[in-house]
Ligand binder design. Structure first.
Ligand SMILES: *Cc1c(COP(=O)(O)O)cnc(C)c1O
Length: 240
């Protein structure tokens, strides 16, 4: 098996162990493979090892990669998740090419995504990004504004609200990680319950946890972990 295939198997084993340790069913947390900075060949290797969902941060890079991967005629369709910051001038590309967006943190961006989602495609699946630990400069809506934004997003015709996403700053230690992740979980529960009151179902996703902290994220109730370096290895960013 390839290195990426081996890594994927190890991450899946770790994920199952984290579920068991948390008293949750194995398979109750889905795995998003974060392929940013890695080329189409790496995506292909992961796909051939059974991976279906891929996360990308940089829209232009992602769209070019998607075209190259599509030409490879893989045995199953891939699902692409945008997990990077969203700028207004990129929303049309995102609405056209991605299946999911995890980083909606203001209504204006959500409205553009809904307006620009092509008619022939299913609704764009979206999560509200919540800033549970950072200052005013960090991406994500404040926890106490998440429900209002989620309600407004859920009314947009070409979007389907799926839940909440968060990227807490790295902290050392399982207990400290659990504590910050618990705040994201609380926001997700508040959003899910508020939308259920409105009669909106399908809010089933808490996108939380990366290579370093996925065990704590699973303990805190994550339903989708986003793993990059644990699958593809260390990233090398080109010099700016
Ligand atoms: C890069 C990135 C990841 C993956 O991080 P790793 O530490 O490599 O697992 C997950 N989520 C987001 C939003 C990212 O930007």
């Amino acid at each position: 098996m390839t290195t990426i295939g081996n890594n994927l198997q190890q991450v899946r084993t770790r994920l199952d162990a984290a579920c068991t340790a948390a008293g949750r069913d194995a398979g109750s947390v889905s795995l998003l493979a974060v392929s940013k900075t890695f080329g189409p060949e790496a995506v292909r290797e992961a796909a051939l090892a059974g991976q279906r969902c891929f996360g990308e941060n940089y829209v232009q890079e992602a769209v070019e990669k998607m075209a190259l991967v599509a030409a490879m005629q893989l045995p199953h369709a891939l699902e692409w998740h945008c997990i990077g910051p969203l700028q207004s001038n990129k929303t049309r590309l995102v609405a056209t090419h991605f299946d999911w967006v995890h980083t909606v943190d203001r209504l204006k961006i959500a409205e553009r995504l809904s307006d620009q989602r092509p008619d022939g495609l299913p609704p764009l699946q979206v999560c509200i990004q919540v800033n549970v630990d950072g200052g005013a400069t960090k991406a994500g809506v404040a926890p106490d504004e998440a429900v209002a934004l989620a309600r407004a997003v859920a009314r947009l015709p070409r979007l389907a609200l799926r839940g909440v996403m968060s990227i807490p700053d790295a902290v050392e230690g399982f207990d400290a990680q659990c504590a910050v992740h618990a705040r994201a979980h609380a926001v997700w529960v508040a959003v899910r319950d508020a939308l259920a009151e409105d009669g909106v179902g399908g809010v089933d996703t808490l996108s939380l946890g990366m290579t370093a902290d996925l065990d704590a994220a699973v303990r805190a109730g994550s339903t989708m972990v986003r793993v990059g370096s644990g699958i593809f290895g260390g990233r090398h960013y080109p010099a700016a």
